[in-house]
Design a protein around this ligand. Structure first.
Ligand SMILES: [Ca+2]
Length: 105
């Protein structure tokens, strides 16, 4: 399975005066500021949806065509909706595990 489609300069890192900027400098200003924290949080939030879309685009081109998915879908509203649902169930599942562990201690 290939999930390396639609990688952008955000993922590959960008050269700034000949130096590859670190991953935490998301807006390429060579500083770590609150803007970078917000951008990192957004990328983490979109992780499930983006991962699903990358998987479909790379491994099921027919399905990607049917769903009209292309690289512009990475990080968009549909990805955000899927990510919200994925994170919702992840935290529900995690909460159930924590409650079960608390009941047994
Ligand atoms: Ca920055």
């Amino acid at each position: 399975m290939d999930f390396n489609v639609c990688l952008t300069t955000d993922d590959a890192g960008l050269l700034f005066n000949g130096v590859k900027l670190p991953w935490w400098d998301q807006n390429y200003d060579a500083l770590f500021t609150i803007s970078d924290v917000w951008l990192i949080a957004g990328r983490l939030f979109h992780l499930p949806g983006d991962y699903l879309f990358r998987g479909i685009i790379a491994n099921a081109p027919g399905l990607a065509t049917f769903l009209e998915l292309d690289c512009s879908a990475i990080g968009d509203v549909a990805s955000g909706l899927i990510s919200f649902i994925a994170w919702f169930f992840f935290f529900i599942f995690w909460g159930i595990i924590m409650i079960m562990l608390a009941d047994h201690s």
